[in-house]
Design a protein around this ligand. Structure first.
Ligand SMILES: [Zn+2]
Ligand SMILES: [Zn+2]
Length: 103
């Protein structure tokens, strides 16, 4: 009996941590920081997300803000390596605030 108990086994993609079963619609909704090792990702399937009001990590505020910022800077003539236009600067602030809010 030398097998270590694996309480922190990484869950494969397609597992829902909320109803604790396999799911084809599971996406990462949270990352739990652990004392040692990398953070553990938590996945939830579509019905569980709807029931609990969970937002996929990919749709959380800082991700959305970052995407807005990137989309703006690629299209904007006023945003370049030299600097950002007013809107570009504001979008970057929004992104940074959203990032701070996740800590
Ligand atoms: Zn579920
Ligand atoms: Zn701009």
């Amino acid at each position: 009996m030398t097998t270590p108990s694996s309480t922190a086994a990484p869950a494969p993609f397609g597992w829902c941590h909320w109803h604790k079963g396999p799911s084809g619609t599971a996406v990462m909704v949270d990352i739990v920081e652990q004392k040692s090792g990398p953070g553990a990702a938590l996945y939830a399937c579509a019905p569980c997300r709807e029931q609990r009001g969970l937002t996929p990590v990919a749709e959380q505020a800082h991700e959305v803000a970052y995407r807005d910022y990137l989309i703006h800077t690629t299209d904007c003539a006023g945003c370049s390596r030299l600097g950002r236009c007013d809107l570009g600067g504001r979008l970057r602030d929004v992104y940074q605030k959203a990032l701070d809010g996740t800590r």
